[in-house]
Design a protein around this ligand. Structure first.
Ligand code: EPU
Length: 432
């Protein structure tokens, strides 16, 4: 296994280019299954979740060919099976998108229950299932989710989501793209990656309207054709570098982004005394004075993203005064707080609320990445803490951040990835 060794306490300086959005890529790659032809997908992030999904598509019979490190051609004309075995599916949460895509194209899917980050205890998919059922599919849940469309083709339907769910919105959109008739999703999620998936499908011949609002209409078409599509930049990767710049008192230009997607994060950093300057597709984050307290509540887009909650809480841990963080999306996303406390943060969690008493500095420690964003928070904390910290279980971080070590080193951080064994790690945590 790999761990990161970080000698923190140096402000980050320089420029960092943001990669393609993970949560768009992990939906758009399965959506290629709906296309009868060659999809060229550009700006694909080089992360392990993408590698796993491409392996799954290959197993299903797709031709997958990288043209360069970020552009990939996927040809799903000849798919040989709709069975997705556990071995790969359990490695990522997003494998649930294979259900909607396979159901949409072939009218049947047999997908092992998805795995992935488990920060929130139970991560239900009842809203996905409800949507598929409304569209005439028989869905059985066990070790595998086995779904079959009545008459072999999905039928358009009206679906009202009981909770605003990113995954259910995208999965139903995929299942509906080739359906017989029209589908309306009400109370749909509005995240940038929802719009990105709709744009991808539309560029391949689908007819989807309203993505980015809470009512999405999908007019079923008979087939999708090949084409070229570039994935949007990653809002959360960009936000994480912004948080790191703020926590270390640095001066960083984040490039290749859509500043509009960053508004919710920019606003909070400005409230905390961080200067954020927007220009074209860049944001410059600069902090010279102290960080000041604020409150943050995570909400579905355009609210503050839950996937930035651990990173912003880490910055607030260093802000003067008492901040209140409220998690509005997941039941339990504070497991990382124990690790931050090991580094001297003063945070008290009650249910979905964290009360953060700002401290003047964090102290280095050996900490764990419990999941992807918890891991990102540990990196931000270690960069800010003067001295040497170690972060274990970084495979979680590498599921969603392309070359985080290389990008941070280019910003002047002293961070390296080294191999370690479990026993050594156990001792480090006991002593450290
Ligand atoms: N929910 C239900 N039933 C469902 C689906 C969701 O009750 O059928 C609830 C969940 O328990 C949660 C809320 O609805 O309380 C929102 O869940 P959502 O479905 O939106 O989450 P998701 O689609 O499973 C995606 C991202 C997460 C991100 C959330 C919220 C992917 C692969 N994952 O998950 O990203 O936190 O949306 O924005 O796109 C991450 O990148 O670190 C990550 C965890």
């Amino acid at each position: 296994m790999q761990k990161y060794i970080v000698s923190g306490g140096r402000p980050l300086h320089g420029e960092v280019r943001i990669s393609g959005a993970k949560n768009a890529a992990v939906a758009i790659i399965p959506a290629a299954l709906l296309v009868n032809g060659v999809c060229r997908i550009e700006n694909v992030p080089q992360i392990s979740d993408v590698t796993v999904l491409l392996k799954i598509l290959k197993q299903l019979g797709a031709n997958v060919r990288f043209l360069n490190p970020t552009d990939v051609e996927i040809d799903c004309t000849h798919i040989s099976t709709t069975h997705v075995p556990q071995e790969l599916a359990h490695k990522l949460r997003a494998s649930y998108y294979l259900i909607g895509a396979l159901l949409g194209r072939f009218g049947s899917a047999e997908v092992s229950m998805p795995g992935g980050c488990n920060f929130g205890g139970v991560r239900p998919i009842d809203q996905h299932v409800k949507g598929f059922a409304a569209m005439g599919a028989d869905v059985r849940e066990g070790d595998y989710i086995v779904a079959n469309a009545a008459g072999g083709r999905m039928k358009g339907a009206n679906v009202y989501l009981d909770v605003v769910s990113v995954g259910a919105t995208m999965n139903i959109m995929m299942a509906a793209a080739l359906a017989d008739g029209n589908t309306v999703i009400e109370n749909a999620a509005k995240e940038p990656h929802i719009v990105d998936l709709a744009n991808f499908l539309n560029s391949m011949g689908a007819n989807i309207k309203g993505a980015g609002t809470d009512t999405i209409r999908i007019f079923g078409v008979d087939a999708l054709h090949g084409g070229t599509y570039a994935i949007i930049p990653d809002q959360i990767e960009a936000g994480t570098y912004m948080a790191a710049a703020a926590a270390t008192g640095g001066d960083v230009l984040v490039t290749g982004i859509i500043p509009k997607h960053m508004d919710c994060i920019t606003a909070k950093l400005q409230e905390m005394g961080v200067e954020v300057e927007e220009k074209d597709d860049t944001l410059r984050i600069h902090r010279s004075g102290p960080l000041t307290r604020t409150n943050v509540k995570t909400l579905p887009y355009p609210g503050f993203p839950t996937d930035m909650q651990p990173q912003i809480t880490t910055v607030l841990a260093l802000a003067q005064g008492t901040s209140i963080v409220t998690e509005g999306v997941w039941d339990n996303r504070y497991r990382y707080v124990g690790e931050l406390t090991r580094m001297g943060a003063q945070i008290h969690v009650e249910g979905r609320t964290a009360i953060v008493e700002g401290v003047t500095h964090l102290t280095p420690a050996t900490v764990q990445a419990f999941d992807l964003r918890a891991g990102a928070a540990m990196v931000v904390a270690a960069l800010a803490a003067t001295g040497t910290s170690e972060i274990l279980n970084v495979q979680y971080i590498e599921r969603g951040y392309e070359d985080i070590v290389g990008k941070l080193r280019a910003l002047g951080a002293d961070i390296r990835s080294v191999e370690y064994n479990d026993e050594e790690a156990f001792l480090e945590r006991q002593i450290g």
